[in-house]
Design a protein around this ligand. Structure first.
Ligand code: AMP
Ligand code: ZN
Length: 348
């Protein structure tokens, strides 16, 4: 079964054709990173406008790359939640219109769940076995989720404030590192001393919940202390007072603490639930330090999705769409609406 996936929830316009939920036939991603870099973050109105400009060429290109025509496409799947409302609308209106015009079944996919399905797209066709423990770490989400099957999952814990990717991005801003912050911190951290600054790990009532806002503030306070200014000093001007060594040491100490916080909880959950497999998903899953620590801490062999499938893409949307199509009726293209803030907790 060939599914066309469409993803526009944030700042990537993406379309992909996937065979049987596992084999990528094409995967086109138009990233807006350069457009938003000048603002230091995603500007929703600019994102929506850019999606409109490129959505049709991106879909046409992915059909061309997969060497298929509309006749070959069995169904369309699209991210309908969560995300930026203007961005979601562009992908949804495109998918709904195409489903009606081309007479294809339409599947509405939850973006955060879709990230997990990057792990079903291994080129060797091997898929993770249930029960699957998953760590979803992205710019908007940090969750530990236990999947008993495709439809039966439980959120063990999640962030109570900032997502981990958001913390990477905000700390990068404090340190004057370029957007997007995650890869910049990882690069700078390689040259730094992870023990240079002692940063706190938060303790929460639910042992699987996360909190990263305190860690970000701890970095801010430590930087202020290091350069000898008080709380009122503008945070945007701190970086110019730091040496390259101090920046690298802060990046490295922050990354070590953030990664350890994640890995500690993964190990506790692994020991409690003894899943058959563990997967990691979302943009922060590209972090090599995180991958290294997880592999060293779990007693099973862990495989990771390719880096280009960790950040937003439509292949994961097509994969989840396929697995939904095995158990669910298609959605009505005339009434499908976007839900910008839908939690995975609510039944889809
Ligand atoms: P997503 O929300 O899944 O599209 O992922 C984007 C988030 O992943 C952003 O917050 C990035 O800063 C973060 N990110 C990307 N690459 C890395 C990396 N190597 N290390 C840490 N965070 C990263
Ligand atoms: Zn995402």
């Amino acid at each position: 079964m060939k599914i066309l996936g469409i993803e526009t929830s944030c700042d990537e316009t993406a379309a992909s054709v996937v065979l049987d939920g596992r084999h990528i036939l094409s995967n086109v991603i138009n990233s807006q990173i350069d457009i938003h870099a000048v603002y230091g973050g995603v500007v929703p109105e600019v994102a929506a406008r850019s999606h409109i400009e490129v959505i049709n060429p991106v879909i046409n290109q992915t059909l061309k790359d997969a060497n298929v025509t509309w006749e070959d496409i069995d169904a369309i799947s699209v991210t309908y939640a969560p995300g930026l409302v203007g961005s979601l609308l562009i992908g949804n209106l495109s998918a709904r219109t195409l489903a009606i015009l081309k007479n294809k079944p339409l599947y509405a996919v939850h973006h955060v769940k879709a990230h997990v399905y990057a792990n079903f797209l291994n080129s060797d066709g091997k898929t993770p076995e249930f029960p699957i423990l998953s760590l979803i770490v992205s710019g908007g989400h940090s969750q530990l989720v236990l999947f008993q099957s495709h439809n039966d999952f439980e959120i063990l814990g999640q962030t109570q404030d900032d997502a981990i990717g958001e913390a990477f991005d905000k700390v990068a801003k404090i340190l004057g590192l370029p957007y997007p912050g995650g890869p910049s911190i990882a690069k700078s951290a390689e040259k730094g001393n992870p023990h240079a600054y002692k940063l706190p790990k938060s303790k929460l009532a639910n042992k699987y919940d996360f909190s990263f806002s305190g860690l970000k503030t701890a970095v801010l306070r430590a930087v202020q202390h290091e350069v000898g200014v008080d709380f009122n000093y503008p945070s945007t001007m701190l970086a110019e007072k730091l040496s390259e060594k101090q920046i690298n040491d802060f990046a490295s100490s922050f990354q070590k603490t953030a990664v350890e916080t994640l890995v500690d909880k993964v190990v506790v959950a692994y020991n409690e639930f003894k899943p058959k497999s563990f997967v990691i998903a979302g943009g922060v899953a590209s972090n090599l330090e995180l991958r290294k620590k997880i592999s060293a801490s779990l007693p099973i062999q862990v495989t990771y999705p390719p880096i280009n499938l960790c950040t937003d893409n439509a292949a994961m949307v097509a994969s989840l769409g396929y697995f939904q199509s095995l158990n669910e009726k298609p959605t009505d293209p005339y009434s499908l609406d976007v839900i910008p803030s839908l939690s995975m907790k609510i039944k889809l």
